[in-house]
Design a protein around this ligand. Structure first.
Ligand code: SF4
Length: 215
């Protein structure tokens, strides 16, 4: 079970902040400032950020401090802020978004979508998990649907998620559809590539930051 969503707070537990390239998804290759919040109860077996699952070991940081870092990153060339985790929506994000917006940068969110949406974001990447499906709210509001692929069942789940999103939205308001092979999954690479070849509404997403040795 994931922890219940924590209320607004002037502090949030933060694993790390850093300025790098967005490695994956539609905005891959762009300069971005990352805020990785701590805490995740979704429990994906293949998670590559398991150190973010427990919030307690990570410092509670003032939102004003994070906003100042975002402003510095903006001055250094960051094009947007990515709020990620962990599962960032385990926290109520209204105050964090208000603080980060003072940097003038667009705000992006990466979420599994198991919690209610909070905060104001310019771009929402929904990465749904079959063992903890996302809320209708996130399927209806995401800009990008990015499904991690390890096996054939993940392709079926990806199509089910795309159909669910399609059913909730107008024709001109559909999310971008991406299949992302698990980093070390050769079967995922083969399956995702073959699927994208046959289904042009999907595109491949690779974790390019890992190939480049970036954070
Ligand atoms: S939702 Fe993200 S952070 Fe949480 S377990 Fe899954 S992959 Fe890891």
């Amino acid at each position: 079970m994931s922890p219940s969503v924590a209320g607004p707070s002037p502090h949030l537990p933060v694993v790390e902040t850093f300025h790098s390239l967005q490695g994956e998804g539609i905005h891959a290759g762009r300069s971005a400032f990352f805020v990785r919040l701590a805490g995740c109860g979704v429990g994906c077996s293949w998670c590559d950020t398991k150190h973010s699952w427990a919030a307690a070991p990570h410092p509670l940081r003032p939102l004003a401090e994070l906003a100042a870092e975002a402003a510095s990153a903006s001055a250094a060339g960051a094009a947007f802020v990515v709020v990620t985790g962990g599962e960032p929506l385990h926290h109520e994000l209204t105050a964090l978004c208000a603080a980060l917006a003072s940097s003038g940068l667009p705000l992006h969110l990466e979420t599994s979508g198991v919690d209610p949406l909070s905060g104001r974001f310019n771009w929402i990447t929904l990465s749904p998990k079959s063992h903890r499906p996302p809320t209708t709210e996130l399927l209806a509001s995401c800009h990008e649907l990015k499904v991690v692929v390890h096996g054939a069942g993940d392709l079926a789940f990806a199509e089910a998620m795309a159909a669910a999103a399609k059913g909730l939205r107008a024709a001109g308001n559909q999310p971008a559809l991406l299949l992302q092979p698990g980093w070390d999954s050769q079967s995922g690479q083969a399956l995702a590539t073959a699927h994208v070849l046959r289904h042009p509404e999907w595109r491949l997403s690779l974790q390019s930051h890992k190939w480049l040795g970036l954070r």
